[in-house]
Write a protein that binds this ligand. Structure first.
Ligand code: NAD
Length: 285
């Protein structure tokens, strides 16, 4: 992997939740390549092991811990294992997150015909399921809060430790169809500011990445038609992205490295940084 710039993270311990996923596997590999010992915490053990194997093969240090970020006990157990095997956490990446279909409407707008029930197989705002909405809030917001609560107990006692949350474009302005995910990511951004202030006296910096749109395996169904062309929604996203393309996971690494480096960003805390090809700056006109 080509790193954005040289950064020496040897003797640092990084904990990455969601490290088996598309973006956070890239973060884990990059942090390991810069010398950090990386603990991959994910509910998907098999996926995490594949990432760890790649890191180990490249000469890095990785530890896999099957963890559910929604269970405090599971997080406490992970913290104990990290401390025993690697040492206490310096860098925490709260990457686990995502959406759920039952917190998602089928269409962008509620239209008069929808009130008549003309189309039967659609989910309107009225059909959204409380359980689905709760799931999305828990995974994105509560998960980041609980993980920070557990690991920052060690981080507050160390110098130069830092937490990076993963927010999203929809935290600034909600995207159509995904009220739960948008609200949950807005909560992540808000929490980033709150925690940055709360931990400022004990030297823990807290910031967030706000990725724009990245074409990944998971969102293929949303971004590609069956014939492989961009879907209507993908074209709409590109039309709103001045740089006229989707991002690559590696393009998040420069901001990640900047934020984890006290030399580079030692006075930066409480920020949410868009990495979005200009999406959040563009009004569409
Ligand atoms: P992904 O689905 O590939 O990865 C998410 C990972 O989280 C998975 O490995 C999954 O197993 C893990 N996970 C889910 N529930 C968990 C739990 N309860 N405990 C522990 N681990 C759990 O997602 P991604 O696209 O790599 O996204 C990573 C982060 O970036 C997420 O927070 C996502 O919301 C955010 N994000 C992604 C994009 C994008 O375009 N992909 C854009 C903006 C923000």
């Amino acid at each position: 992997m080509e790193l954005p710039f040289e950064l020496d993270l040897s003797k640092k311990v990084a904990v990455v939740t969601g490290g088996a996923g598309v973006l956070c596997s890239t973060f884990s590999e990059a942090l390991a390549e810069a010398g950090a010992s990386v603990a991959i915490l994910d509910i998907n053990l098999e996926g995490a092991e594949k990432v760890a194997a790649k890191i180990t093969k490249a000469g890095g240090t990785a530890l896999v811990i099957k963890t559910n970020i929604l269970e405090k006990e599971s997080l406490e157990e992970a913290r104990k294992t990290v401390r025993e095997k690697l040492g206490s956490c310096d860098i925490l990446i709260n990457g686990a997150g995502g959406n759920h279909p039952s917190g998602t409407t089928t269409k962008d707008y509620l239209e008069p015909a929808d009130l008549e029930g003309v189309e039967e197989d659609i989910t309107t705002f009225f059909d959204l399921d409380a359980g689905g909405i709760q799931f999305v809030f828990n995974l994105n917001f509560l998960g980041a809060l609980l993980t920070s609560q557990v690991f920052s107990q060690d981080m507050a006692k160390k110098e130069n430790s830092t937490i990076i949350n993963v927010s999203s474009m929809n935290a600034f302005t909600p995207l159509t169809r995904i009220p739960a995910y948008s609200g949950a990511k807005a909560a992540v951004s808000n929490f980033t500011q709150w925690l940055a202030v709360h931990l400022s006296k004990v030297g823990v910096r807290v910031n967030a990445l706000a990725p724009g749109f990245f074409e990944t395996e998971q969102n293929q169904a949303l971004l590609r038609d069956e014939d492989g062309d961009y879907s209507a929604r993908a074209k709409k996203i590109l039309g709103q992205t001045p740089m006229d393309r989707f991002g690559e996971a590696e393009e998040l690494l420069g901001t990640l490295f900047w934020l984890v480096s006290p030399k580079a960003s030692g006075f930066v805390t409480g920020t949410v940084i868009p990495i979005d090809g200009g999406f959040s700056a563009y009004s569409g006109v």
